[in-house]
Design a protein around this ligand. Structure first.
Ligand SMILES: [Zn+2]
Length: 435
């Protein structure tokens, strides 16, 4: 080959390689700037929608939001995305998910996954689940433990962050914690060494060590199981058996906070909720047994309540026992909580129900049924959820925030189930679903 010809061939090869690289998922970078023409904007913060808005996006962030004519003036040469017939909202946020779980209405369905599925297989399904979440408009999730799949949530998060797979921003809790013998899988056959659904943790020193181990392996949040064995007394109070001693629970929270991590507590019965609040947790998960006095403690301490109503309905039938009346108890407590002004944040427990069967956005409908206005429900799954996560750049459509947007064809202020039919999804300035 003559030198000049070789040089041309090399240049051609480089061009092919560069083009291929540019199209690879890892190079999924936004071509800036972008002007989004918005019919009605629900920005996650304001109490009313605004009409005729322009959003200017530069890179992965929003540069300007305002009246269309005004923003258009700053948007020369911008690529236009026309959503002028749609309602645009911030990307949705689900603060209670399980990427590594495919529904566990019964003990059998749970054991099946932990005993007969390898962690790599479960991680493949988790990657699929991450895509489902994003395509349903959830651009951020707090994934509250892997149910025996160790630190695989951190791997899924890494793959999303590197652009290898599509998915939401993931705030990962890794393994969660419960004391020995107080979380599945348990068996009468003491000769079997079975997988654990959580990291078994005992004693104050054990609690501190477990927090350090989980943080070392990438935990953004720490989760522990405050209670188990739920039952009603004749006075209609939902009780439970408390898992950790107060000293152990306080050690978990103290060590997590020392390492800059917040703590989520699974707490269903009133005893478990009270114990978690004594320990100083940041969020109560499920909270079915919430009472008026516990709601007051939530308010006083600024603790968030993540009720996960969708999963409550899903498991009530198959599980039987106290699970069905628990749904009704939670409904009443939720309505009182809204009236009191408790910070109720959207979380579904998806993974407790299959990702492939129910859209997480169903949760918005329950909140409206239970007493929130559509706007309150939307804020619970956008700006308030971002506040829970401590992420000021998420959950709002505002200058400086990440360009995470969804759009729906109808009016979610009239029918919040519109959020189950998103027509457009953008995360970090990259469009994943187009109208
Ligand atoms: Zn859960």
């Amino acid at each position: 080959m003559r030198p000049r010809f070789a040089l041309l061939a090399l240049l051609a090869l480089l061009a092919v390689v560069t083009t291929a690289w540019a199209q690879a998922p890892r190079a999924a970078r936004p071509a800036a700037p972008v002007l989004v023409k918005v019919g009605r904007l629900i920005d996650g913060r304001s109490d009313a929608p605004q009409a005729g808005v322009g959003i200017l996006i530069d890179g992965d962030r929003i540069k300007a939001v305002g009246p269309l004519a005004q923003v258009q003036g700053q948007a020369q040469g911008a690529r236009v995305i026309d959503l002028s017939q749609m309602a645009v909202l911030p990307g949705l946020i689900d603060t209670h998910t399980h990427l590594l779980l495919q529904g566990d209405p019964t003990a059998e369905s749970y054991n099946e996954q932990l005993l007969y599925e390898s962690t790599p297989y479960r991680a493949i399904l988790a990657a699929r689940n991450a895509r489902i979440a994003l395509e349903h408009g959830f651009t951020a999730i707090r994934d509250l433990e892997t149910e025996g799949a160790m630190y695989a949530d951190v791997d899924v998060k890494r793959a999303v962050d590197r652009g290898e797979i599509p998915g939401p921003r993931i705030f990962a809790a890794t393994r969660a914690m419960a004391p020995t013998g107080m979380y599945p899988i348990v068996s009468d056959n003491w000769e079997l060494e079975l997988p654990h659904g959580v990291q078994p943790v005992d004693g104050v020193e054990g609690a501190r060590l477990a927090v350090r181990q989980q943080v070392a392996h990438g935990a953004d949040w720490i989760k522990f199981y405050a209670d188990r064995r739920y039952y009603f007394t004749p006075d209609s109070v939902l009780h439970s058996w408390v898992n950790f001693t107060d000293d152990e629970a306080r050690a978990i929270v103290d060590e997590a906070h020392r390492l800059g991590r917040k703590v989520a507590a699974h707490a269903i019965g009133s005893d478990g909720i009270a114990a978690a609040l004594r320990a100083g947790v940041n969020t109560i998960e499920h909270g079915d047994g919430m009472t008026d006095s516990l709601l007051d403690v939530l308010l006083a301490k600024g603790v968030y309540w993540v009720p996960t109503v969708t999963v409550a309905y899903y498991v009530a039938g198959p599980r039987g026992g106290a699970w069905a009346p628990m749904v009704e108890h939670q409904h009443r407590a939720f309505t009182r909580g809204v009236k009191k002004g408790v910070r109720i944040v959207l979380g579904t427990d998806v993974g407790g129900f299959p990702w492939t069967e129910i859209n997480q956005a169903k949760e918005f409908e329950y909140y409206v049924q239970y007493g929130m206005t559509p706007m309150q429900a939307i804020k619970s799954g956008t700006s308030l959820a971002a506040e829970l996560l401590g992420q000021r750049d998420l959950g709002v459509v505002a200058a400086g925030a990440y360009a995470d947007l969804v759009a729906v064809a109808g009016d979610p202020m009239k029918d919040v189930s519109e959020l189950s039919r998103v027509r457009f999804v953008m995360k970090g300035g990259v469009t994943y679903v187009s109208p």
